[in-house]
Design a protein around this ligand. Sequence first.
Ligand SMILES: Cc1cc2nc3c(=O)[nH]c(=O)nc-3n(C[C@H](O)[C@H](O)[C@H](O)COP(=O)(O)O)c2cc1C
Length: 201
Amino acid sequence: METRQAILARRTVRSFAQDPMDPALLRELVAAARLSPAAANLQPLEYVVVTEPGVREDIFDCLKWAAYTAPVGTPDPQHRPTAYIVVCVRQEYLPPIGSDFDLGAAVMAMLLLAVDQGVGSCWIRSVNAPRAAKLLGLPPELKLDSVIALGRPAEEPVAVDLEPGDQGKEVIRYWRDESGKHFVPKRALDNLLHWERYGGK
Ligand SMILES: Cc1cc2nc3c(=O)[nH]c(=O)nc-3n(C[C@H](O)[C@H](O)[C@H](O)COP(=O)(O)O)c2cc1C
């Protein structure tokens, strides 16, 4: 898949087919994250891959899904993720500007490579981090930041364009229609893009 196509096609997926994820692909995702840009090249991120069914269930219980539509959007037992990559930040390596930028870059690399390989993902930060950290045996110097839920998609969410006049906080709430299809409104390009100066068309 072309990079452009992967960027455009990526949507958050919250319903997954149950065939197991290829461990080699999970390794490849972390290998891609490893090569992402890092402030001062400190590379504070580490990753825990979870595939065992029992641990997957325990991690699932630490997650909150789709706040705008909950409980709709939480995967039912037949459509739960088949793997997780838990993203952690090693505290003693932290650059003075923080690791949020590294995290965004590394996670996006994994999400796009996942799309390229036919894998759907949901980047989750509503995590009961103390509970998940205990389950995974994380040492205190590793702070759990995010959980990436993965699996072959069992749904095809759609991005829809907001009208240029649609501004504000409410319009961006994603929703599901009667058939369960998930729609994600994206702000109009004309509201975000300014040519040469603010407001320039
Ligand atoms: C930093 C971050 C945290 C997120 N946390 C959650 C989460 O806790 N639970 C969830 O279901 N989705 C979560 N999402 C997914 C967003 O809801 C999703 O990206 C957004 O609705 C836009 O949809 P799209 O990814 O298909 O473009 C998160 C996304 C980001 C970038």
